[in-house]
Design a protein around this ligand. Structure first.
Ligand code: AMP
Ligand code: ZN
Ligand code: FE
Ligand code: FE
Length: 286
């Protein structure tokens, strides 16, 4: 028997206020614990800043912590999120890339704020006030600022209106293509898994998935509330053909989204495969 047999239920996709979740990492782990989760990964967008606090909290709760990150990538116009488990957080090329993305996110938030300010009462300081110290800034923080000013009711209304990519205020962000992202994660010892790969935008073209597999893509997050059944069926065939890893997770954002820890989970077998494949950092056991 392995020294640390995986202990489920496992939720491998949770956000804290180091990106666009609404709670500090320790509170996110506490929320996961309250929902019966025993192995949890923190996967903030383009940052690993919450790992230490989350790891400490999981130990005191008797849980297992899996270090993770959700890396921004882009195929042509569409945004692609790649979950990166067990990466070396200090790997220089990976760090350089996420710093570049984070800096582009700041410039982009600034530009969107300027555009929105032409029509709505909103300042850059409003957005700063909604963003944790050193956190990866995103449209959710602009949404929170719009809520605080009373322009919209919640994040969802902001995303469907003022912050929509089809609207006048949207500015694109820089992000690497998904093949580059997978290569960087892999070179940093990590396990790359495409997050919510069958959402409304549809499944990525087969040629892109093939190139990602060649770069070291390890699997798909097939259990996610945004996935659509038809896309999941297509991806399940690829999983079977290539013996890939399949995960299921909540994508919990605290009060920022209705998603709750444990609404989708990952099997012990798959958690074990992730742990066996990752070499850049180690799980923290209690
Ligand atoms: P960004 O990467 O800055 O363009 O913002 C995208 C982020 O916003 C994603 O990580 C989602 O978690 C979040 N998001 C997208 N749609 C919504 C929504 N309708 N309500 C709340 N959060 C959302
Ligand atoms: Zn998010
Ligand atoms: Fe995502
Ligand atoms: Fe996410």
């Amino acid at each position: 028997m392995a020294l640390h047999p995986p202990q489920g239920p496992s939720d491998l996709h949770l956000h804290s206020d180091r990106s666009d979740g609404t709670q500090p990492p320790a509170e996110v782990m506490r929320a996961a614990h309250e929902h019966g989760i025993r192995t949890a990964a923190l996967t903030d967008h383009d940052t690993t800043a919450g790992w230490a606090e989350a790891a400490q909290a999981t130990v005191s709760l008797g849980m297992t912590f899996l270090p993770g990150m959700e890396m921004s990538a882009k195929h042509e116009w569409r945004s692609v999120h790649v979950l990166a488990y067990l990466i070396d957080p200090d790997d220089p090329p990976l760090r350089a890339m996420i710093e570049k993305v984070r800096s582009s996110r700041r410039d982009r938030a600034h530009m969107m704020a300027d555009r929105i300010a032409r029509d709505y009462d909103l300042t850059w300081d409003d957005i700063v006030a909604q963003t944790g110290d050193g956190a990866t800034v995103g449209r959710p923080h602009i949404a929170d600022a719009l809520v605080a000013r009373g322009h919209v009711r919640d994040r969802s209304e902001a995303f469907h209106g003022i912050l929509s990519p089809r609207g006048d205020y949207y500015v694109d962000l820089y992000a690497p293509d998904p093949v580059t992202a997978v290569g960087l994660i892999n070179a940093a010892g990590g396990v790359p898994i495409i997050a919510h790969p069958a959402g409304r935008a549809g499944v990525l073209p087969r040629s892109v998935i093939t190139a990602m597999l060649a770069a070291g893509l390890a699997g798909f997050e097939l259990g996610h509330r945004e996935n659509l059944e038809q896309g999941v069926r297509v991806l399940r065939r690829i999983v079977d053909d290539h013996g890939l890893i399949v995960t299921g997770s909540s994508d919990y954002h605290g009060a920022g989204k209705p998603n709750l820890p444990g609404e989708n989970t990952t099997s012990d077998e798959m958690v074990e495969r992730i742990i066996e494949s990752g070499t850049g950092s180690a799980p923290v056991y209690s």
